[in-house]
Design a protein around this ligand. Structure first.
Ligand code: ATP
Ligand code: MG
Length: 240
């Protein structure tokens, strides 16, 4: 049965879209059928990370409003892709958005939704379709606090199963006084940890070229571990 997973955060720029790209590809490497959908209405970027910008003609808003067929909206690939609408429409309601993604469920093991930052309308719309959520935070105390707020909002929206990813983690950060350690991130957010992704220069390159980092890049290894945990496999949280 499909699982629809919302990727959310409090503050912007914590790495949600990067995470959607990395985790979708890692799940596909495990043989799962995956659809990644950009839900950052108006500020979409995931098509760039997936390297499919040239192929985007329609988006999930067009599909919802019956302006195109599923075949026209879904861009096929190792991970299938749905672009975000360029603007909100009165037809986008929690019910219609949820119904849309449920209608795609038969074709996939996982549908990964890239939410906009924060807890506003766009995030709540995307959350309406989700079974579970992952909040992505850096170890910065401001980002962590806003993640705790996003977690509260997800609970209010009846998403009971939320996990934390700490992104851009550095064992020896340059500005240590500003950053929390892993235990502090967990305590401050109150969310169970599902994985830690290191700061990795390979990600910077991949987000502009649309090509995934090499399989042995530190971030790729972290995405693989989190993908295994998502599928229920027992692997240690952090690479030794
Ligand atoms: N682990 C990492 N190591 C190095 N750079 C990273 C890492 N994760 C993300 N980045 C970089 O951080 C920037 C922000 O990432 P991204 O766009 O994924 O964040 P976001 O949470 O989706 O932002 P927004 O809230 O604006 O949608 C990008 O330039 C990306 O390449
Ligand atoms: Mg994003």
């Amino acid at each position: 049965m499909v699982e629809i997973i919302l990727i959310a955060s409090g503050k912007g720029g914590s790495g949600k879209s990067t995470f959607v790209n990395g985790i979708s590809n890692a799940l596909a490497d495990l043989g799962k059928k995956v659809l990644a959908a950009d839900c950052d209405i108006g500020l979409r970027s995931l098509d760039l990370m997936f390297g499919v910008t040239e192929n985007v003609v329609f988006d999930w808003g067009d599909l919802l409003l019956e302006r195109c067929s599923r075949e026209q909206a879904v861009i096929k690939g190792k991970v299938d892709f749905l672009a975000a609408p360029r603007s909100f429409d009165d037809g986008f309601t929690p019910e219609s958005v949820s119904e849309l993604f449920r209608s795609l469920a038969d074709d996939y093991d996982y549908i990964i939704l890239d939410a906009p930052a924060g807890i506003d309308r766009g995030m709540r719309l995307a959350a309406s379709a989700a079974d579970r959520a992952i909040v992505v935070s850096t170890a910065d105390s401001i980002c962590v606090r806003s993640c705790a707020r996003a977690f509260d909002e997800l609970r209010r929206l009846n998403i009971e199963d939320t996990r934390l990813v700490i992104n851009m983690f550095e064992v020896k950060p340059a500005c240590k006084h500003k950053l929390l350690n892993i235990d502090q991130c967990i305590d401050e957010t109150g969310v169970q940890l599902i994985g830690v992704i290191p700061r990795d220069i390979n990600i910077g390159f991949s987000s502009v070229t649309g090509k995934a980092p090499d399989a042995d890049a530190p971030s790729s290894l972290a995405f693989n571990r989190i993908a295994m945990r998502i599928t229920g496999k027992r692997v240690p949280l952090i690479c030794e």
